[in-house]
Design a protein around this ligand. Structure first.
Ligand code: ATP
Ligand code: MG
Length: 389
């Protein structure tokens, strides 16, 4: 079996050449960097890949790009801070670290002329740079792993000054797997501080935050009294649209020098539903099986179900894992037709569910990538929503 990049298309895409779609999303984040945004999506729908794309697209902009913030990507689940002070330390540490890697890369490769190579170097340097080396400027007592609110503000101000000389306008923190922070008892303290400080001069408008996760983050954001309530805009990830899926298919087949046959596009698109991870896996299985024989599409689909049993099970959330569906989402999904379309109102009437919980369940289902909502404008401008299962 061929060995494929990104651990056989299972880990996040960190190469601009292999990243597809999400153009509206990237443009939106570039234009609205200085606020708090919550980016939600279910398992393997492409959250980390999208945060990576925000990172490389922003690093590639200066010195010509106006309004471009400096991106700092942090995986909360991996870093596991234990307190609000440690969380702040982490943000500053990673900021200094990212500036160091950016400068180290710029010395050798031009971000403008060869974004791909520059980003590869930037990502690869990660393990060579330690946070502490870049915190020297802060004159922290060593060993230190915590920063209080005042030192944090000063460090951000310093960082911004540094970055402005290099053509960046502010800082955008990209917090991946942020469900880790929302689950902690110090999370409120940390968010309130960041929230308060990003609205006060002189840093106002210069610091942004994208908080990414799934149900844990959503529920936290909606909770009464949550510091993220009313200030954060919620954005849901979606499956690939038909054209985006077609581009992925064409690219993968070309790269592996396999001819595409009649019906392949439709099969791959329909069976994966445009879910990025499933689409990539289904393409790999189809190509592998073709190299061994002449399988039917049904046989390929069967193998996909067998190989990825666990992810289907997790979606269904029978063990109550936080990444899966809620009870209501399972009920709504249960009455959807196997294939095809159903109108939103029909579905709601059929279930006799109240509007709010029904819409929440629909959000979760769409965010997980299991269904897609299409919005039509009718002649009298009434919105009709169709759900495709
Ligand atoms: N924009 C994209 N272009 C091409 N493939 C993608 C894209 N986004 C996601 N994929 C596919 O989905 C896989 C998972 O992507 P990624 O790790 O970014 O998802 P995630 O939502 O962060 O997952 P997790 O829930 O595990 O954190 C990738 O390995 C790739 O195969
Ligand atoms: Mg991820």
């Amino acid at each position: 079996m061929a060995s494929r990049p990104f651990d056989d298309y299972r880990t996040a895409i960190d190469d601009p050449e292999y990243f597809f779609g999400r153009t509206t999303l990237l443009k939106y984040f570039r234009q609205n960097f200085n606020s708090v945004q919550v980016l939600l999506g279910g398992q393997r729908i492409g959250k980390t890949s999208t945060l990576r794309a925000i990172e490389w697209s922003m690093l590639g902009l200066p010195p010509d790009g106006r309004n471009s913030p400096f991106p700092v990507l942090i995986n909360m689940q991996e870093e596991q801070p234990h307190s609000a002070d440690q969380f702040r330390y982490l943000l500053i540490g990673r900021l200094r670290d990212a500036i160091g890697r950016y400068l180290g890369t710029s010395d050798e490769t031009s971000w403008k002329d060869d974004l791909r190579r520059a980003y590869q170097r930037f990502v690869g340097m990660f393990d060579e740079v330690t946070i502490d080396a870049h915190l020297a400027k802060l004159k922290l007592k060593k060993p230190s792993t915590e920063i209080n609110a005042d030192a944090f503000r000063a460090a951000i101000r310093d960082g911004i000054e540094d970055l402005q000389e290099r053509g960046f306008r502010g800082i955008l923190f990209l917090l991946d797997e942020a469900g880790f922070v929302t689950r902690t008892d110090w999370g409120n303290d940390a968010w309130s501080h960041i929230r308060g400080f990003k609205d006060t001069d002189p840093l106002k408008g210069l610091v942004g935050l994208i908080v990414s996760g799934f149900r844990g983050v959503l529920e936290y954001q909606q909770r009464v009294g949550s510091p993220l309530k009313n200030i954060a805009k919620v954005i849901w990830m979606t499956d690939f649209e038909g054209e985006e899926a077609n581009r992925v298919i064409a690219r993968r087949f070309a790269e592996e020098r396999e001819p595409i046959r009649d019906g392949d596009h439709a099969f791959l698109r329909d069976y994966s539903g445009g879910h990025p991870f499933l689409l990539q896996q289904l393409i790999s299985i189809l190509i592998d099986e073709r190299r061994k024989g002449d399988p039917s599409h049904e046989a390929v689909a069967r193998r996909c179900r067998k190989e990825h049993k666990q992810i289907f099970r997790d979606w269904w959330n029978s063990e109550g894992v936080a990444d899966g569906l809620t009870e209501d989402a399972r009920i709504v999904y249960g009455v959807m037709p196997q294939n095809g379309r159903v109108s939103r109102d029909d579905l709601q009437n059929r279930l006799n569910m109240r509007e709010d919980p029904f819409d929440d369940a629909l959000d979760i289902l769409c965010g997980s990538g299991l269904v897609r909502v299409i919005i039509y404008l009718t002649h009298n401008a009434v919105r009709t929503t169709i759900v495709v299962a």
